[in-house]
Design a protein around this ligand. Structure first.
Ligand SMILES: Cc1ncc(COP(=O)(O)O)c(C=O)c1O
Length: 418
């Protein structure tokens, strides 16, 4: 499919997202805030409403609504493994959000750590993949090692990472991609390095999930977390763990709750309506893939693979246009990879600072033009601290596949006019 055909596809698929037709101050809204949460297609809204209207019930009852609800939950687990490339639907579980799921997992893992053990985190990560491990390490009297990043392009310093690994390392926690600078980490290499010293590898795929195909089998991780509200679904988190680990670890759980997977890890009553929404979001992405390759018979995983291939191609064309435009603005500095030769190493998430204006001023002024961007540190606190950009942080322009060239041009014009 050519880029022009993809552009046409985007015009069509935008019609599925009701919020994209919103006007603000008389202008169409350009949602460039995707990394903080994407908009949702109508089918996700319908799935949530349909669940509450017709199948609303608790889990495990012997009556019609509960059986139907459980069938939907089973299907959502299968859809989630298709999204993650994980195979075993018992090993995926849902929870309020990635942060809460990670805190819970960190407490279970910390029970296996002892004084002198080491945990490796990075200065590139969202704090949800740092502080849960730091606090768990503190409880276990374990030590935390921080992996640095290269100042020039904000990529992870792999030499530093290797130097932090030893036979004392119990866990390496790394993001698949930075929610601040958009760069993609070499996760396969990182997981292999962790395993080489006998450590476990935890991946935060929250920022990666709307842009590229997650492939647990290929990554070789032991745990992986993501959040559906970042990939066109509702506000709910998803965690995957290796079966033997999920079976052998002891989570904090209630006595009557099951010890079977995946229920063992899902505390309390789940947000069934949002899980119905996750299923619809994954099927939205799969149908996009089927449309792109004009093959309605593709199984869900293959369809997701086709979808992400098209999404990636389209988003790279968008980010190329954005970065070229930003480069032409002498008052703007881009933090992260800007070399077009290296676009395969980054996602379409771009953080900038301005020579004269504070990020908060830029975000406010863009809002007046109907352009929604984020400002501050977006919880990727170590990056802004390390770069000396606190307390103001940066401005984040986050593109996803429903964004358009026209929106980028509007943004560039607005930035030039500041
Ligand atoms: C990279 C990354 N990790 C983790 C999180 C936390 O996700 P949640 O809001 O689901 O806890 C975010 C949220 O912005 C994120 O961007």
């Amino acid at each position: 499919m050519t880029l022009m055909e993809l552009g046409h596809q985007v015009t069509m698929l935008r019609q599925q997202f009701p919020s994209l037709s919103r006007l603000h101050r008389g202008q169409p809204v350009a949602y460039l805030d995707g990394p903080a949460g994407t908009q949702v297609p109508q089918r996700v809204i319908d799935a949530i409403s349909d669940y509450l209207s017709h199948r609303n019930a608790n889990h495990g009852g012997l009556f019609a609504t509960s059986r139907e609800s459980d069938a939907m939950l089973d299907e959502a687990h299968r859809a989630a493994v298709d999204l993650l490339g994980a195979g075993d639907s018992d090993c995926v579980y849902f929870g309020p959000n990635m942060t809460t799921l990670t805190f819970a997992l960190s407490r279970a893992l910390a029970r296996t750590w002892k004084p002198g053990d080491e945990i490796v985190v990075t200065r590139l990560d969202h704090d949800a993949n740092v502080t849960p491990w730091v606090l768990a390490a503190k409880d276990a009297d374990a030590t935390v090692q921080y992996v640095d990043f290269h100042r020039q392009d904000c990529t992870l310093d792999m030499d530093d990472l290797r130097s932090k690994l030893s036979d004392r390392t119990r866990l390496v926690a790394v993001g698949c991609a930075s929610n601040s600078t958009g760069n993609i980490n070499p996760v396969r290499e990182i997981c292999a390095a962790a395993h080489q010293v006998g450590a476990l590898a935890f991946l935060d795929a929250v920022h990666f999930a709307p842009h590229a195909l997650i492939d647990i089998a290929e990554f070789g991780c032991d745990f992986l977390a993501c959040s559906a509200y970042k990939f066109f679904g509702p506000h709910i988190g998803i965690m995957w763990g290796r079966r033997e680990l999920l079976e052998n670890l002891t989570p904090y759980k209630l006595r009557p709750a099951t010890n079977e997977l995946p229920g063992k890890w899902m505390t309390g009553t789940q947000n069934h309506e949002c899980i119905a929404g996750v299923l619809a979001a994954i099927d939205y992405l799969a149908d996009l893939g089927r449309d792109v390759v004009s093959d309605q018979t593709l199984d869900r995983r293959s369809a997701l693979s086709a979808s992400y291939k098209a999404v990636g191609d389209y988003e790279r064309s968008l980010v190329a246009r954005l970065l070229a435009g930003l480069e032409a603005n002498s008052e703007v500095k881009v933090w992260g990879i800007t070399d077009p030769e290296r676009f395969a190493e980054r996602l379409p998430t771009v953080s900038i600072t301005h020579r004269r204006l504070r990020p908060i001023e830029i975000a406010e002024r863009l809002d007046q033009k109907g352009i929604f961007v984020w400002h501050g540190n977006y919880y990727a606190l170590q990056i802004t601290e390390t770069l000396g950009l606190e307390p103001d942080g940066m401005v984040r322009i986050g593109l996803v596949h429903y964004n358009t060239e026209d929106e980028i041009d509007r943004l560039l014009l607005a930035l030039n006019a500041l």
